[in-house]
Design a protein around this ligand. Sequence first.
Ligand code: IPM
Ligand code: MN
Length: 368
Amino acid sequence: MTEHRIAVLPGDGIGPEVMDEALKVLRRISEKYSFEAAHQEFAVGGAALDATGNTTPLPQETLEGCENASAILFGSVGGPKWESLPPDIQPERGALLPLRKHFGLFANLRPGVCHPALIDASPVKNSLIPNGFDVLCVRELTGGIYFGSPKERREEGGEEIAVDTMVYRTSEVERIARVAFEAAMVRDKRVCSVDKANVLQNSMLWRETVIRVAKDYPEVQLSHLYVDNAAMQLIRYAPDYDVIVTGNLFGDILSDEMAMISGSLGMLPSASLGSPDTDGLNFGLYEPSGGSAPDIAGQGIANPIAQILSLAMLLRYSLGEREAADSVDKAVEEAIAAGYRTGDIYRGSENEKLVNTSDMGNAIVERL
Ligand code: IPM
Ligand code: MN
């Protein structure tokens, strides 16, 4: 029996609640496909700050646990309780960003899927997207303005100034562009690269590099958009896009927009991947795109689907359990088709059943 090791980091807010449902799915799916999924939980984010007396949101033990695993299943971190701590130890900056950097997880895949059955949950008029849409956002995750230096606040001319630095190296653009083109090859063979090449030096290098990489993928149709226009075009008609590739900051923003127009932030998973090993498997961190949602935490009403679909991505990209991954995706679709809805996607029509977090998890597990 194949044995896999997964580091489970539930984190804060709704993280632990939705993680419970993903772990139910993991137990069921590993029985069904006869693999061993040893998973161990570690503290991260606010939960780790609480446990360490506000010392660190990413304890050494957690980091080592991740190093000893093939993948990280991550919940979400952050919340009002920790927002006034020094920036370096806040959950997002002190745990999530360092984890991405430490493991070289440069490729962030965020599938923005609007299921036809959930079209009513999208704020875009049904008549404009009658068949829903399926767009994959490929966001560069370890470069750009998030990580460039200097990054500081200092005195200048008698006042305080703040500096962030946007840096992209050709090699960084090249490798993320390849991820996007490879993804497009097994989808609809269209890549749209998003930049701000009318203003930024970074974007000029970005665009030239993407155009060069595109030569290796003659079957893929490449287009370009400035980010401001991309924000409009996605709302206007998302089905025009197949794969969107963009830098760290623009990808952060556009992927939230995509999540919104797809119906609910609670539906979208994500995979943050490094380079594949010789078997084609990637170490990765898998997390819902949505965040810790402190406003609804602890009520048992959060949508666990993003966490469960993140697990499906983990099975596919880090464990190579492709059939298991497909069957999780399918079970989620079936639960949606059967009318199960958490509050975020419930619109009150006759065939819908309003359920809580664990009922939704159970509905999915029953279909596996
Ligand atoms: C995301 C989040 C993070 C990011 C924050 C929490 C640092 O918004 O994963 O999109 O900006 O990358
Ligand atoms: Mn974000």
